[in-house]
Design a protein around this ligand. Sequence first.
Ligand code: HEC
Ligand code: HEC
Length: 391
Amino acid sequence: MSRFVLGLLGVVFSLNAATQVPQFSPAEERAILRHGPWPAPWSPDPSNRASGSAQAIELGERLFFEPRLSPSGKVLCATCHVPFRGWQDSRARAAGLAEVERNTPSVLNVRYGRWFGWDGAGDSLWAQSIRPILEPREMGGSVAQAAALVRSDAELACRFAKAFGALPAADEALLAAIGKALAAFQETLVTGRTPFDEFRDALARGDAAAMKSYPPAAWRGLRIFVGRGNCSACHFGPAFSNGEFHDTGVPFFVAGGGVDPGRLGGIRKLLASEFNLLGRYSDDGQKKSSLKTRHVAAEHRNFGEFKVPALRNVALTAPYMHNGSLATLADVVRHYSELSADRLHADGEVLLLRPLRLGAGEAADLVAFLESLTERESALPERKPGAPCVK
Ligand code: HEC
Ligand code: HEC
């Protein structure tokens, strides 16, 4: 029905060249509709018994803004995931106690992820949330120190007991629960609706009048994104990521002469971690959520692959790529436009990516589309300090 109405409108409007109404082929239309609806449905993480629990979310929010998780007292999660900077830090490479090789991703919409970190070294949001606490250059903490903080602070201990019950005797189990509370909080961080979403829903309803309020440059860019650019092949679905890893020809050399092995190193770290989904801290009795981890194996082709980043609010999170090497969205589009096919994996990305050789107008259209993925207003509730915890 909607396609029929749209077809009729297409005929009417093509008679009137002055009125710009986007028209898409059925294949383009299907590809566009798959990037919504927004917010996309979500269900709690079976590997985290605190996922979705109001008490754990409260505790997790406190821990996210808790400098004492770092023995220095100087670095908190929000040092790098800064709420008013789109939950990242606007730096090329993150710096806690020292600088690291990688760019800080936003934690907005992270609940839709499948692997975590640029290299997927985390197979759950809670395991990923433990990593920076123990990383010497980020927060520089330890299992014992994080556990001692919760045991010794009356407010944190009270909130912990409400979220998880009695404090576990083992420090490592306590740290796993800290990760789970941090994850429960981050699962609430979702972006608001964007001009693209209004357009996508208008297209779904066949509402041509509403479609007209989407800027022509943005829908021309969208047509490249789902069509000739093949961007949707990797930046797939409502959050604009297929959740997997690819090499897009971004250099993997790091300062000092080393290399960042990307996914290859990530798989090795994942399989060695006591906090992975195959381990004893997963709360998923059926272990269904660990299937992906059981099937992962490091292969040479994983060298230099990085996670496909989600793209909502991308205009607010410059600089770009795993190493922050591209300053603007125009630079990213130029990267895809001028790719060198020799740099790509002959059996994989070469089939998905080829130099697009975009004209200046087309490049600007693609940037206009990426900018239309910016939320009109935040979907997050205003944060207010909670009352002290009473047992
Ligand atoms: C020093 C800066 C820094 C601090 C502090 C920091 N992070 Fe991060 N965060 C990063 C960087 C860099 C990455 C990418 C890591 C990688 O690729 O291995 C990241 C990745 C993540 C991810 C994965 C996002 C994704 O899209 O895969 C999550 C979740 C996360 N951090 C949560 C936290 C939490 C929770 C804390 C506090 C306990 C924290 N971070 C502290 C810099 C930081
Ligand atoms: C083969 C899969 C693939 C295709 C196709 C692809 N991308 Fe990407 N994209 C990635 C990966 C992987 C990264 C991260 C690369 C890195 O950091 O080394 C990325 C990064 C990005 C970023 C930076 C986001 C950030 O937060 O740093 C943008 C923007 C982007 N791509 C847009 C596009 C556009 C536009 C197209 C189409 C012209 C496209 N991508 C096609 C896989 C892909």
